[in-house]
Design a protein around this ligand. Structure first.
Ligand SMILES: *[C@@H]1O[C@H](CO)[C@@H](O)[C@H](O)[C@H]1NC(C)=O
Ligand SMILES: *[C@@H]1O[C@H](CO)[C@@H](O)[C@H](O)[C@H]1NC(C)=O
Ligand SMILES: *[C@@H]1O[C@H](CO)[C@@H](O)[C@H](O)[C@H]1NC(C)=O
Length: 395
C-alpha cells in the first residue's frame, strides 16, 4: 500500500491531492447531498401519491356524532379561566403522564416558569400539562388482569390524589378521563385542540411538546413575537417528516396495520416532540377532529392527516429537533428552539443556555465566524444523526 510520494509523477500528485480535496468537501457536504437526493426521490414519489391523498380525507371522514366519541371524555382536572381576558402569545401543552411528577417539576422551575417568562421576556405564555387518567397498576398498562382488585384500585386512587394536590399547588394540569397510555396519545392530541378552542381561543400560537423536551424559551418567544407582529397565517413549524412510510413491523412501537392505514406514505407531519401552530391552524385542526376517525394512534401522524384535510402543510425549522438531542455548545444555545431527550440535565442546560454570556460570545464578526466553524463541526458530520441538520450551520 505504501507509495513514495516523491517518486510519483507530478500530474499524479495533483490528481491525488484533488481527489483528497473533493472527498473532504463531500464529507462536509454529505448530509446536505444525502438529504437533497433523498428528499428529491421522496418528493417525486410524494407528488405521484399526492393525488391519492384525497382518498385519505374521504376514508377518514365519519359522522360527527361518531367523531365526538373521541373527545367527549369527562375532565378530571381543568382550568377554565387560565387564559381569560389575557393577550396570550403562546399556549404550550406539555404531554405528560400521571407519574411523571419530576419532569413536570423540572419544567415548571426552568423553561416553563410562566412568571419568569412574563417578567424577563414580557410575553404571556401559558404552560399546561395534559394527561389522562392513571393506570391501575404501578407503571403498568391500563386494564390488566389485576384491574378491579382492591389493591390495584387504590394505586390508581393514590396517584390521582397526588395529582389533585399537585394541581392545587400549581394550577396547571388538564386531565381527561381516558386511560393515559401510548395508544391513547391521539385522544390527548384531540384533548389539546378542543381545550384550546374552548378555553384559550385567543392564544396567537399553540405548541405541543413532550415532557422530556427542552425549550429555549427566550429564543422561541423572540421568534414568535416577530411572527405575531407579521400576523402570520397557515403557520405550522417543527421538524418535518416528509413522505414517511407507515411501519408494518409488528414488533415496533409505531406499528400500524393495513386496516388502519392502507397507503404507503403518510401526509407530511412534524415530529410530535415539539411543534408550533398559529391560531388559525389550531382552529382548523379542531374543526378536522370533529369529522375524522381518530383510531390511528400515532398522534403526530393523525395531526398530519387533520392538517392535510384542511389544506395546511408543515414548514421546517432548522432548530426544532425531532428525536434528537442538541449538542452542548454555546453557538447552538444561541439558536436552538427545542431539543429532545432531556430529563436529568434540564436544570443545567437551562442555566447555561440562557446565560447572557451566550449572546456576548456569539455576536460580532469574530463570534459569528467562530460559530459558523463550530456548527459546521458539530452538525455536518455524516454519521452524526438526530440533531439539527447541517444547513443549520449556515443559518
Ligand atoms: C419562577 O420564576 C419566578 C420569577 O423569576 C421565581 O420567583 C420563582 O421562584 C420561579 N418558580 C420556580 C418554580 O422556580
Ligand atoms: C384508551 O382509553 C379508553 C378510555 O379509558 C380505554 O378504554 C382504552 O382501553 C384505552 N386504549 C388503549 C389502547 O389504551
Ligand atoms: C375507524 O377506523 C377503524 C380502522 O382503523 C375502523 O375499524 C372503524 O370502524 C372506523 N370507525 C368508523 C366510525 O368508521
Amino acid at each position: 500500500m505504501f507509495m513514495n510520494f516523491r517518486k510519483m509523477r507530478r500530474c499524479q500528485r495533483v490528481q491525488l491531492l484533488t481527489m483528497c480535496l473533493v472527498l473532504s468537501l463531500m464529507m462536509v457536504g454529505w448530509e446536505q447531498l444525502d438529504q437533497s437526493v433523498v428528499s428529491h426521490v421522496k418528493s417525486y414519489s410524494y407528488r405521484f401519491l399526492d393525488n391519492r391523498f384525497a382518498f385519505i380525507k374521504d376514508s377518514f371522514t365519519i359522522p360527527q356524532e361518531e367523531a365526538l366519541s373521541f373527545s367527549n371524555y369527562r375532565y378530571l382536572l381543568d382550568h377554565q379561566d387560565k387564559c381569560a381576558n389575557q393577550d396570550v402569545l403562546l399556549l404550550l401543552f406539555v404531554k405528560t403522564s400521571p407519574e411523571n411528577t419530576k419532569r413536570r417539576e423540572a419544567i415548571r422551575s426552568t423553561w416553563g416558569n410562566e412568571s419568569y417568562i412574563f417578567q424577563t421576556l414580557g410575553a404571556d405564555v401559558k404552560v399546561v400539562f395534559v394527561l389522562g387518567a392513571p393506570g391501575t397498576t404501578p407503571g403498568g398498562p391500563f386494564g390488566t388482569k389485576e384491574a378491579g382488585s382492591s389493591a390495584t384500585k387504590s394505586h390508581k386512587a393514590i396517584v390521582q390524589d397526588k395529582l389533585v394536590k399537585e394541581d392545587r399547588l400549581n394550577g396547571d394540569l388538564i386531565q381527561q378521563d381516558f386511560a393515559d397510555t401510548f395508544h391513547n396519545l391521539t385522544l390527548k392530541l384531540i384533548q389539546q385542540f378542543h381545550w384550546a378552542h374552548t378555553r384559550c381561543a385567543q392564544a396567537r400560537f399553540v405548541m405541543t411538546a413532550d415532557d422530556d423536551i427542552f425549550v429555549h424559551m427566550p429564543n422561541l418567544v423572540g421568534y414568535l413575537q416577530e411572527k405575531a407582529r407579521k400576523e402570520v397565517k397557515d403557520f405550522w413549524i417543527g421538524r418535518v417528516h416528509r413522505g414517511a412510510p407507515p411501519i408494518r413491523d409488528k414488533d415496533s412501537k409505531y406499528y400500524v396495520p393495513y386496516e388502519m392505514y392502507p397507503w404507503p406514505t403518510y401526509p407530511d407531519y412534524t415530529a410530535g416532540a415539539g411543534y408550533v401552530v398559529s391560531r388559525d391552524v389550531a382552529e382548523k385542526i379542531y374543526q378536522a377532529t370533529l369529522k375524522l376517525n381518530a383510531t390511528i394512534y400515532i398522534d403526530d401522524v393523525f395531526m398530519g392527516i387533520c392538517a392535510h384535510s384542511m389544506g395546511v402543510s408543515p414548514q421546517e425549522h432548522l432548530y426544532f429537533s425531532g428525536e434528537g438531542k442538541a449538542p452542548y455548545h454555546v453557538c447552538i444555545y444561541d439558536q436552538m428552539m427545542t431539543s429532545h431527550g432531556h430529563i436529568e440535565d434540564i436544570y443545567d442546560l437551562w442555566k447555561v443556555a440562557t446565560d447572557p454570556l451566550v449572546k456576548q460570545r456569539t455576536s460580532g464578526f469574530l463570534g459569528r465566524m467562530y460559530c459558523t466553524a463550530a456548527k459546521l463541526a458539530l452538525l455536518c458530520r455524516p454519521y452524526f444523526f438526530n440533531t439539527y441538520p447541517c444547513k443549520g450551520a449556515f443559518a
